[in-house]
Structures are given as C-alpha cells and as structure tokens.
Design a protein around this ligand. Structure first.
Ligand SMILES: Cc1cc2nc3c(=O)[nH]c(=O)nc-3n(C[C@H](O)[C@H](O)[C@H](O)COP(=O)(O)OP(=O)(O)OC[C@H]3O[C@@H](n4cnc5c(N)ncnc54)[C@H](O)[C@@H]3O)c2cc1C
Length: 451
C-alpha cells in the first residue's frame, strides 16, 4: 500500500509543499517545541503572542502535519470535553458549563483564524440508527439545555431523511456550532503564521532524547530553557513514563472520488453537516470541499505494545468494513470508488480528555490525549502549554482537566487484555446487548473507552 503521504487525501492533495531544512549542529532557544502538529503549532502561536522576543523553535520528525493533525477527518466539534455528558460526570455541572462556553468561544476564534482553510460552519448531525440511539439524542438535548447551550434540535425520521437520505436513519439530533475544515490547510496556515513571527520550524529532524534541557537529534543539539512535548500519541517514544496516562490507538478513514450529480441527488446532504451515529464504534463522515465523501470509523485499534509507526498506517480489514458500511448506509449511490485510505494515531485517556503536566524538574512541559477530538481542543491546549511554559497566569490553568490527571491505564500484558475485553464488550452493546458487569464497573469508575 502507498505511504501515508500519498494515501491520505489531505497530505496527497497538499499544494506545493516544500519542507524546511532539518536542524544541524549546536544551537540554543528559549523554548523548544517537539512536534509540528496542531498542539505544537498553536503553542508556538500563543508563546510568540505572550513573549514576542522569545526564541522559539519547533522540531518535527517528518513534515509539519505528518501526525494526526494532517490525517484527521476535519470535523470540528465545539466540545473540548469529548461529550458534555462525560464532562458532567468527570468534572461536575459547573465545570461542564464552563467547558461548553469555552468550547464555543474557541471555535468562533478558530473560525476567524481559519477562514481560508475550507472551514464550513455547518453544525453536526448525531444520527439514530436504533430507538436506543434516539433516546440518547433526547438525553443529549436535555444535557445541552442544562448547560445553557442553545440551538440543539431533535430531528424526526422524516426530517433527518430530508437532510440526508439513508434507509438506516431513524432520526437524530442537530448539534450547532461546529463544522468541517481542511486540516492540512490549517496546519500550513499555522506554520506560516508562526514563521512570520520569527519561529524556526525544523522538519525531518527526529528527536532522540530530551535530557537535561537538551533536545538531541541525530546531527544536532538544541539547548533550551523549556522543552514542550507536543507529540500526542508518539509521546512515550520520548517519555515512556507517561504511558500510565494514555493509550495510543489507530483510527482509519476512506475518501471517495468526487460525487457525480446523480450520486449527490441520491444522498441529499445539501447542508453538508459532519455526521456521527450513536454507536460506541460509530461511523463519522462529511463531504470534502470538492464533494467527496470522507468515511471514517471510530473502531480504533491498539497495536501492542503501544506501537506507533508507519506499519500501522493501513488496515485492509478496516477499509473492507468501511466500504461495506458505506454501502449499507447509502445503497442508492451505486458503485463508488474510494481511492484514498489511511490511518493515524490518537492518544486516548480513560476520561477521553487531555491532560497536562511538567517533568524533569519543570524543564519539560507536556499536554496530550485528545482522543478523537483534537482539532478544537489543541488550540486551547496550545494556549495552556504556552502559559505554563512562559510561567504566565491564565484562567485556563484552573481547569480541572489541567489540574487533575486521568485514571491510569495498566501496563502490558494487562493493557492488551483489558483493551480486548472492553472492546468485545462494547461491540456486544453496539449489537443491542445490555452493558455487561465489566462496562458497568468502568462506568461507575468514570472510565471511558473510545476513540
Ligand atoms: C484518523 C483520525 C481522525 C481524526 N478525526 C478527527 C476529527 O474529525 N475531529 C477532531 O477534532 N479530531 C480528530 N482527530 C484527532 C486529532 O487529529 C488529534 O487530536 C490532533 O491532531 C492532535 O494534534 P497533536 O498536534 O497533539 O498531535 P499530532 O498531530 O500527532 O502531532 C504530533 C507530531 O509530533 C511529531 N513527533 C512525534 N515524535 C517526534 C520526535 N521524536 N521528534 C520530532 N517530532 C516528533 C509527529 O511526527 C507529529 O507530527 C482524528 C485523528 C485521527 C488519527
């Protein structure tokens, strides 16, 4: 199969990208950021606004946006807490309201920055495939009202079919505020923005270690006052101790050929919302700016022991089941080819929200674990990391997701065993069974498993 640079629709259609030179020799910086995904780029963006004279460098093992930031579905959710339900159970009603408000404001600010990144503020549809999912839509509507959120709306079967034509849909919930964008355009926009502010971005420069305030690459050493780890699912490669707090998983996506007028008629989808269904292992999907279907699955894979490398970038099993599920959803579209298929790594925590901290006596600052919802949240994480690194005050630093760490994951071999047990239990729930004892126990402990 093709390397991800050619098989991922966003990376493959990136226009005229020229990578920067790698870092060479001995150099110094006030702040060295490892990883040029959204987290690293937003951190640089906010650091330069807090401390315009600071010397900031970003060091990326491959090209900017090589990780999840260049490979995601581009569905921008306002929620920075995975779901508002989970936020209430993990952090309480008041904090959940605060997160909900913050999430909305964040997307407004992101939209004004990312206007030319094919950002379409369509809102999202949560789809009910079963009566149980419909009840969940009603519960989510009630939760949104309890947090003071407006614009959520239940759609009947007839109404949902008017939006998007699928024989599987029983109804749904319109979730306002979010939208879709082209993630690699956002990556490139951020890179240009920080370079204009004087940040040096080094590409094709894998960091080997970050000891004693020195970032070591194969042919270079950067002595930095602060090192910021913005490596999300790759973080254990440089700091294995953080594996207690997250698990790396792979998600897979297909992108179709451009839909013909007849195929578009068969689907409808004139309002172009990003969509997810109500299963634990759900499909997420959207239209690209040029009217292709992006079709993804949250049936994420754990490759023991914590593998994150290019051998995980493809899964024929997932591509086959994605093709089959698209056909089940849209039988009237006829034959459609999906020339792009790829996977990408995400870091999941037991509470499905990120965590932050410092290490090496305060010299290293880290933030990771967005699960599958990082496009909006990484912007807030960048602000948080910039304030921690610059030792500046911010009300964001009092967020419970910053002050509290998630419940730990067990090490191997228990990690594999627990992932397998929980995955098969959740699959049974998706097939209509009631949650078993294991899931009930995890629920009581506030532990979630999902991408
Ligand atoms: C298939 C898929 C679909 C997704 N869909 C959505 C979605 O629709 N909506 C949403 O909100 N979120 C989605 N996400 C999640 C979102 O993409 C991530 O949460 C977000 O991109 C994380 O950004 P990041 O910068 O923290 O990590 P990354 O983008 O992974 O960046 C980390 C960077 O660090 C670099 N790096 C790692 N190790 C080293 C090293 N040793 N030296 C130098 N550089 C290093 C990597 O190459 C990488 O570029 C999806 C993720 C995937 C994989």
């Amino acid at each position: 199969m093709l390397p991800v640079e050619q098989s991922c629709f966003w990376l493959a259609t990136r226009e005229g990208y020229v990578a920067n030179p790698s870092v060479q020799g001995e150099t110094t910086a006030d702040f060295a950021i490892i990883g040029a995904g959204f987290t690293g780029l937003w951190t640089a963006h906010f650091l330069k606004r807090l401390m315009p004279d600071a010397e900031v460098v970003v060091v990326e093992q491959s090209v900017t946006g090589y990780g999840a930031s260049g490979r995601n579905a581009g569905i921008v959710s306002t929620s920075i807490d995975h779901t508002h339900n989970l936020a209430i159970s993990h952090f309480g009603q008041e904090e959940a309201s605060r997160l909900a408000r913050l999430g909305l404001q964040n997307i407004d600010e992101l939209e004004s920055f990312a206007k030319d990144c094919d950002f379409e503020r369509t809102g999202q549809l949560q789809i009910a495939l079963t009566p149980g999912h419909m009840e969940e839509c009603h519960r989510n509507l009630d939760v949104a009202s309890s947090l003071g959120l407006e614009g959520f709306r239940i759609l009947s079967q007839e109404e949902i079919q008017k939006e998007v034509h699928s024989p599987l849909y029983l109804g749904g919930l319109f979730v306002p505020g979010g939208g879709n964008l082209n993630p690699i355009k956002l990556v490139d926009k951020l890179k240009t923005d920080i370079e204009e502010l004087g940040v040096k971005v080094y590409e094709n420069s894998p960091v080997i270690s970050i000891d004693n305030g020195v970032v070591t690459c194969k042919h270079a050493e950067i002595k930095a006052k602060k090192i910021i780890l913005a490596t999300d699912a790759y973080t254990h490669h440089l700091m294995p101790s953080l594996l207690w707090r997250f698990i790396p998983l792979y998600d897979y996506i297909l992108v179709s050929d451009v839909l013909s007028a007849k195929q578009k008629d068969a689907i409808g989808w004139h309002n172009r919302q990003g969509m997810v269904d109500g299963r634990t292992f759900f499909n997420y999907y959207r239209l690209t700016a040029d009217d292709r279907v992006l079709w993804g699955t949250s049936e994420a894979v754990y490759y023991p022991p914590n593998k994150v490398d290019e051998t995980c970038d493809h899964s024929q099993r997932h591509y086959d089941s994605l093709r089959a599920s698209f056909k089940r959803h849209f039988p009237d579209v006829g034959d459609i080819d999906f020339p792009y298929g790829w996977g990408g790594p995400i870091a999941s925590t037991t509470r499905l929200t990120p965590f932050f901290g410092t290490a090496h006596g305060g010299n290293v600052v880290y933030g990771l674990g967005y699960t599958g919802h990082g496009i909006g949240t990484t912007r807030i994480a960048g602000k948080i990391l910039a304030h921690i690194a610059a030792a500046k005050e911010s009300e964001l630093l009092s967020l419970k997701m910053v002050t509290n760490k998630p419940f730990p994951y067990p090490p191997e071999p228990l990690r594999s065993l627990s992932v397998n047990a929980v995955t098969s239990s959740l699959m049974k729930v998706d097939k209509g069974e009631n949650p078993n004892l294991l899931l009930k126990m995890l629920d009581i402990m506030g532990i979630g498993f999902s991408s």
